[in-house]
Write a protein that binds this ligand. Structure first.
Ligand code: 13P
Length: 289
């Protein structure tokens, strides 16, 4: 089985992006993987610190291994928005393929220092690390009624991205370009600042793989244009949670007497497959194994 680095390099060369589908529950994991199998697409599964504390780091790795063997497709695991260096080390030791160090709350120097510490811990292990410069707003936990106001100061500053890449050298860089977690109530988030993405690209060079967070609700044309500019991974969580939870609520309220999980969890699981399918199609990773 080829490693994650291989797929990011392939994505960059061929102009597509890998979907990172977040999960905190086995049916979400199975729904996403079943779809990746159907689409013959590599897939990255993500867990935030909280999602993985609920699910278990070792459980995530073990079940990934089972699904990977059963489905015979590449299924990778990323610790998303790791903020605690000690916890990120645990994910690396548990067998995650990738970790995202979110040091965006810290001054740049500390963000760089912590990422370097984690790189030392990774050593020669086949684990990738994603760094982040700039602040990505909101949370993947609801529809926002209020309009998202872009704070210019939170956007990734191209000079800082350049310094970060020179000094910390993560394998991938997450940027803040008007993207945010969660979805506006309209279902469509504001447009990405592709001009800022171009300025960042100009400073960091054409080879650095860039990550887009907040993949739910982003206008499709923006996604296509971002991929053209070398975005190789797009994170999706809110749309998965909305589909899963909405279908679970519907299934339970359609028959209040129903108590059999393997019956009422069928539709929620399928709904995760449907969201994943739409993303794989949009991101262009179909048939890329
Ligand atoms: P959304 O919840 O907007 O899809 O963002 C997910 C994300 O970026 C996880 O890191």
């Amino acid at each position: 089985m080829k490693n994650l680095k291989h797929y990011f390099q392939k994505a960059q060369k061929e102009g597509w992006a890998m979907a990172q589908i977040n999960f905190s529950e086995l049916n979400q994991m199975k729904g996403a993987c079943a779809c990746a199998k159907e689409m013959n697409s590599p897939i990255l599964l993500g867990t935030s610190e909280s999602e993985s504390k609920f699910f278990g780091l070792e459980e995530a790795v073990a079940l990934r291994n089972v699904l990977q063997k059963r489905l015979a497709i590449p299924i990778f695991l990323n610790l998303d928005h790791g903020k605690d260096v000690e916890y990120i080390r645990k994910a690396i030791d548990a067998g995650y393929d990738m970790v995202h160090y979110d040091g965006s709350k810290h001054p740049l120097t500390e963000n760089i220092k912590n990422l370097r510490t984690l790189k030392k811990h990774i050593g020669w292990k086949d684990v990738l690390i994603e760094g982040e410069v700039g602040r990505i707003g909101n949370e993947s936990s609801r529809l926002y009624n209020e309009k998202f106001m872009i704070n210019e100061d939170d956007l990734t500053k191209p000079e800082e991205a350049q310094k970060y890449m020179n000094d910390a050298k993560p394998d991938l860089l997450a940027v803040s370009i008007g993207n945010f977690h969660g979805i506006e109530a309209s279902g469509i988030d504001p447009n990405l600042r592709l001009d800022r993405l171009d300025e960042i690209r100009e400073k960091i060079g054409k080879n650095v793989p860039i990550v887009l967070h907040g993949g739910s609700g982003t206008p499709e044309d923006d996604i296509r244009n971002a991929i053209k500019r070398g975005i190789v991974k797009i994170n999706v969580n809110t749309e998965v949670r909305l589909a899963f939870t909405g279908n679970l609520r519907r299934a339970l309220s359609a028959d209040p007497e129903e108590i059999v999980p393997y019956k009422y969890l069928v539709e929620p699981q399928k709904s995760v497959s449907r969201v994943t399918k739409a993303k794989i199609k949009l991101f262009g990773s179909e048939g890329k194994i």
